[in-house]
Design a protein around this ligand. Structure first.
Ligand SMILES: Nc1nc2c(c(=O)[nH]1)N[C@H]1C(S)=C(S)[C@@H](COP(=O)(O)OP(=O)(O)OC[C@H]3O[C@@H](n4cnc5c(=O)[nH]c(N)nc54)[C@H](O)[C@@H]3O)O[C@H]1N2
Ligand SMILES: Nc1nc2c(c(=O)[nH]1)N[C@H]1C(S)=C(S)[C@@H](COP(=O)(O)OP(=O)(O)OC[C@H]3O[C@@H](n4cnc5c(=O)[nH]c(N)nc54)[C@H](O)[C@@H]3O)O[C@H]1N2
Ligand code: SF4
Ligand SMILES: [Mo]
Length: 700
């Protein structure tokens, strides 16, 4: 049959950049995927993963019907049978062993699917388990923790106003590769060049990353010591009279306790620990304060480390104390068209604790570091069944190897996922939803974190078949069964919910609705970020708390770093960090040939001095050991890492048996998370530590 080619416009759902795509389609065939030049946010930008949406759509390995594991392999079953069995088993287990017996793990792509974002909460309420885990505690939890304490809402996250700043100080982020995180900034390369034309970009990172390489200045920092570095900056601001609150002066409190707390952290005192010279710390502080408009931005490198909470607090302080907060060119809040920063969801902390290690709950979740022990430790409240949705914790959480074994011991596991992978192979039933190009899309999460206010609604590029289900339909079906048929959501579809959100939202009066967005498939520009304080604060007194007590108290823990670092873990003298790659997306896109082609990218980066000292040569396979495990990997020697630091990209390790990802299995790599340690976490927030893991390398 001959089809008339058509052009489809939509937002890419793969990462936080939400790039506009222009897709040429003929029938069910994709002819091309390009960047949409008319998207008001991404302006034509696209990365190789966006093009690979085609591979996911066509992937013969992708699951399209529910499957059940049997003694002889996987069998296809009907949706009704699958829903009935899942609901019955979960219900039975909770009735006999209690609510805690069913655990839930939610992975990253949930956040990129508005149907899930809007309907998953109903499902979680129907299970009502205290054992909820997600990738949040392997990612951005410290940002939420600090936002809650300082601004009164866990989702009120400041975003760097990239397009108007003159000075960007980046700590522990690599946006030229990641395309920005908690900073939806498609076309980051272009935005960065524009900043450099106006001023400067400085990157602080233990690796000379792609971003650092293009920056005006790069400083190496010893992994995990950013809190000391930032304290010394704040110290310098006070010591040199550079504190200038500007318009926020009447809307902050507890400035004096901050001044007192940072007094001891002179640049001279932190220089040896951080590896950054005192004069350099002072110079950066002065430059930052002197810049007309400056912004400090920190991400994974300062979030997934032992002091993630302190780092994020201090990043906010640097911006606030220099008058670069809630004003153009500084750190700002968005005014999203659909507002998810709602008063009734400000967040809560510490209502319950994990059973085995007593980790307090944060915003309804327990740290994923506790998942394995909650499955393995017998007793009342033990997790006996697990629901995973869009997650691959075997590859993505600390000591995933131990979790891999634990999953094999569950009584029941159901995975809502599109692949049979390292995690879902343990499921008894897999429920595969539609994905990517088959879904409707409105980004309820990432418009809220974008460097510019815009709105975009995307129709599915391909209608689902009669035998497919969207993620939200799966959650609705399960919720209906788990509530005994009493479930009656106020909106039947996520589109209806978004339409209501748009009409009641900040631009509703101007007529913004789903219909209007459908009429403008490239998206609608709502303008640059606007100052919104103090109105948007959720603190009771409408003031920013500059010195929350738990953060001040955590400084005591940090002081342990002021001793000579080489003595901290003498058996493990090297520090392991991660390395995101442009053609990877966490663990799950390695089944796309165009993304994995070329040489093996899963290598151990070693500085030439460390390689020489240990007699390592390029390409040699070595053993990397940590306190919890070991792995074997080929060495790549480069001075892009600082001496004493080694780096492995995460998300690889497609060597486990019984998966169905032929391309990934042919390019397996190893999993860095086989050697990361769940006992090493940011004790304040419960977040995982993936950066600065003590390791040693054994040759021969
Ligand atoms: N060492 C180390 N570990 C890390 C990190 C690191 O930097 N270093 N990064 C951390 C970060 S930032 C994150 S976000 C986590 C990610 O951790 P996870 O979310 O656990 O892992 P992903 O690799 O994103 O796996 C996503 C899963 O979702 C499935 N999926 C894809 N699309 C869909 C869909 O539309 N619907 C459904 N239902 N399923 C879908 C995929 O098949 C895959 O199984 O990893 C963390 N782990
Ligand atoms: N291509 C691609 N893009 C992605 C993803 C992907 O997997 N691939 N994942 C997406 C996801 S889920 C997320 S959360 C974002 C993450 O986005 P980013 O945070 O921008 O990405 P990372 O590469 O994890 O950046 C962390 C940086 O911290 C550095 N670092 C490590 N330890 C330290 C330290 O102690 N101090 C300092 N200052 N730096 C340190 C690392 O060298 C690295 O450069 O990316 C998103 N975009
Ligand atoms: S940068 Fe992110 S949103 Fe843009 S095309 Fe690549 S994966 Fe998609
Ligand atoms: Mo992430």
């Amino acid at each position: 049959m001959k089809h008339t080619p058509r052009t489809h416009y939509r937002a890419c759902n793969l990462c936080e950049a939400i790039c506009g795509l222009e897709i040429q389609v003929s029938g069910d065939e994709i002819l091309s995927i390009r960047g949409d030049q008319e998207d008001p946010l991404s302006q034509g930008h696209i990365c190789p993963k966006g093009v690979a949406l085609q591979d996911i759509y066509q992937d013969p390995d992708r699951l399209r019907q529910p499957v059940r594991r049997t003694a002889t392999g996987w069998e296809t079953i009907s949706w009704t049978e699958a829903f009935d069995e899942v609901a019955t088993r979960l219900q039975h287990l909770q009735a006999t062993a209690g609510r805690s017996a069913v655990g839930v793990y939610l992975g990253n792509p949930n956040t990129h699917n508005f149907g899930t974002t809007l309907f998953l909460p109903d499902f979680l309420r129907s299970l009502k388990t205290p054992n909820l885990f997600s990738a949040t505690s392997a990612d951005q939890l410290p940002h939420h923790f600090v936002a809650y304490l300082m601004f009164g809402h866990y989702f009120l996250l400041p975003v760097p106003d990239l397009d108007r700043t003159d000075y960007l100080l980046v700590l522990g982020a690599n946006p030229l590769v990641s395309n920005g995180s908690l900073m939806t900034a498609p076309a980051f390369p272009k935005r960065m060049r524009a900043i450099q034309a106006r001023g400067r970009v400085v990157v602080v990172d233990p690796r000379r990353t792609e971003t650092a390489d293009k920056a005006d200045e790069h400083l190496f920092i010893r992994p995990g010591t950013d809190a000391l570095f930032l304290l010394a900056i704040v110290h310098t601001l006070f010591a040199e009279g550079l504190v200038q609150l500007g318009a926020l002066a009447d809307h902050v409190k507890n400035l004096e306790p901050v001044a007192a707390a940072v007094q001891a952290y002179t640049p001279e005192r932190v220089a040896a620990s951080t590896g950054v010279a005192a004069a350099k710390i002072k110079a950066i502080s002065r430059e930052f304060a002197a810049a007309e408009r400056a912004v400090c931005y920190g991400r994974m490198g300062v979030s997934t480390q032992e002091f993630g909470g302190l780092c994020n607090w201090l990043v906010n302080l640097v911006n606030i104390l220099t008058g670069n907060f809630d004003r153009p060119g500084g750190a700002m809040f968005t005014t999203p068209a659909v507002d998810t920063v709602l008063p009734n969801r400000a967040g809560k902390l510490g209502r319950w604790s994990s059973r085995v290690s007593q980790h307090p709950e944060r915003f309804g979740e327990l740290p994923v570091a506790a998942l394995t022990e909650e499955i393995l430790t017998p007793g009342d409240g033990q997790i006996r069944a697990l629901v995973t949705s869009a997650g691959n914790p075997v590859l993505s959480t600390a000591n995933g190897a131990a979790l891999d074994e634990a999953l094999g011991q569950l009584d029941f596991m159901v995975a809502i996922d599109i692949y049979l992978n390292e995690t879902t192979r343990h499921a008894h039933i897999i429920l595969p939803p539609t994905t990517g190009l088959e879904t409707t899309h409105y980004d309820v999460v990432f418009h809220t974190l974008a460097v510019r206010n815009t709105a975009k609604f995307s129709e599915p590029c391909f209608e689902k078949t009669a035998d497919q289900r969207h993620d939200y339909e799966i959650f609705q079906e399960l919720t209906r069964r788990l509530t005994g048929g009493t479930y009656d959501p106020p909106f039947a579809t996520p589109t209806q919910m978004v339409d209501a959100g748009l009409r009641f939202g900040a631009y509703g009066k101007t007529g913004l609705s789903v219909q209007q967005l459908q009429d403008h498939p490239h998206g609608i520009d709502l303008g640059p970020l606007q100052p919104v304080l103090p109105g948007r604060l959720f603190t009771e007194d409408k003031k920013i708390d500059l010195a929350p007590a738990s953060l001040l108290a955590d400084l005591v823990r940090l002081d342990g770093q002021l001793v000579e670092l080489d003595n901290v873990a003498p058996d493990f003298p090297l520090r392991l960090i991660g390395r995101r790659q442009l053609r990877s997306n966490n663990s799950w896109m390695h089944n796309s040939q165009r993304l994995v082609k070329g040489g093996d990218r899963c290598t151990l980066l070693v500085h030439p001095d460390d390689a020489a000292a240990a007699g390592m040569v390029a390409g040699q396979v070595v053993t990397v050991q940590s306190a919890v495990g070991s792995l074997q990997i080929a060495v790549e020697i480069s001075d892009e890492v600082m001496p004493g630091v080694v780096s492995i990209p995460h998300g690889w390790g497609h060597t486990r048996r019984g998966t169905q990802q032929a391309v990934a299995e042919a390019h397996p790599g190893v999993s860095m998370n086989d050697i990361t340690d769940p006992h090493l976490l940011d004790a304040l927030t419960g977040n995982a530590v993936f950066n600065g893991v003590p390791v040693r390398v054994v040759t021969g």
